[in-house]
Design a protein around this ligand. Structure first.
Ligand code: C2E
Ligand code: MG
Ligand code: MG
Ligand code: MG
Length: 287
């Protein structure tokens, strides 16, 4: 029986692999047209300064595929990277996000994720300067989020690029901190304004003393280096109050706000009354 199951599994495995490959090829081809067809769009997730003021939003890319529905960025961004069109898409994201930010109060920021392809193209600083100029927002309203993977290759060039952006007044965040090739030399040499603690460490914060020790240390490290800290993936009031107690500067997560369409961000800002976390009623669905 085991042998038969084994063969059955192997057959199913191969078949689904084939489907996956076909789908990937299919996705790759349709991704090229997606931008032109208006299938790509951004959602915006609020970032809070505790207890409850919205300081800005992170732009998150979505693809509404006519057949497959909403495809998450973790699926199509690697395809776009491999296909060489992420640089092009990234520029579009930057421009859209900056236009959206112009509809918010002038002190609010927009955070945009950058992919390694945008660094490797060598035109990033020019592109960013052109976009903020064309859209007409202050440089210090734009925050660029990069992950540690970006820093692995061409480290000297990347340092140059980030320094130039930083001198322009643009803020730089290190995203998903602590999960990849974290090297303390990056923190010493690169001009980061903010560390974003990955939700991996936030998830079990209420029960795991190791996560608590790690998060506490990251907050101390960041503050010691003059950087601020954002906790990602905050889902429970317990996590939020622990982080506030430990002096975390910014909170982001489903507890405080899900990613939302650009059209509703203004309404969200208006409805976000400055009441402390834990005492609000309707706004935080998870409470
Ligand atoms: P990220 O930059 O670390 O973004 C945070 C991710 O966590 C988002 O997933 C967000 O929807 C999700 N998230 C936020 N709060 C919570 C929470 O409380 N619980 C849980 N479980 N998840 C939460 P999303 O939108 O699927 O994006 C995944 C990743 O794709 C992003 O991770 C980012 O690395 C990448 N990405 C998204 N948009 C872009 C883009 O425009 N350009 C590039 N290069 N990458 C992007
Ligand atoms: Mg991010
Ligand atoms: Mg992140
Ligand atoms: Mg993440």
């Amino acid at each position: 029986a085991a042998k038969r199951d084994g063969r059955g599994c192997a057959r199913i495995f191969n078949r689904s692999m084939l489907l996956l490959l076909e789908q990937r090829e299919n996705l790759r081809r349709s991704l090229r047209a997606a931008l032109a067809h208006g299938e790509l769009y951004l959602e915006y997730q609020p970032i809070f300064r505790p207890p409850s003021s919205v300081v800005g939003f992170e732009a998150l890319l979505r693809w509404h595929h006519p057949e497959f529905g909403i495809i998450p960025p973790s699926v199509f961004i690697p395809i776009a990277e491999a296909d060489g069109i992420m640089d092009h898409i990234g520029r579009w994201v930057l421009e859209q996000a900056c236009r959206q930010a112009r509809t918010w109060p002038s002190w609010m920021t927009v955070a945009v994720n950058l992919s390694p392809a945008q660094f490797l193209s060598g035109a990033l600083t020019d592109t960013v300067a052109q976009v903020i100029d064309a859209v007409g927002i202050r440089a210090d309203r734009l925050e660029l989020e990069i992950t540690e993977t970006v820093l692995l290759e061409k480290t000297v060039d990347n340092l140059d690029t980030l320094n130039t952006l930083s001198v322009l007044g643009i803020r730089i965040s290190l995203d998903d901190f602590g999960t990849r090739y974290s090297s303390l030399s990056y923190l010493k040499n690169f001009p980061f304004d903010t560390l974003k603690i990955d939700q991996y460490f936030i998830d079990d914060l209420e029960t795991d003393q190791k996560s608590q020790a790690i998060v506490r240390s990251i907050i101390g490290l960041a503050h010691g280096l003059g950087m601020s800290v954002t906790a990602e993936g905050v889902e429970t009031p317990g996590q939020a109050s622990w982080l506030i107690e430990e002096d975390c500067d910014y909170l982001q997560g489903y507890l405080l706000g899900q990613p939302m369409a650009g059209e509703v961000t203004r309404d969200f800002i208006r409805r976000s009354a400055p009441t402390p976390v834990g005492t609000t009623g309707g706004r935080n669905r998870a409470m």
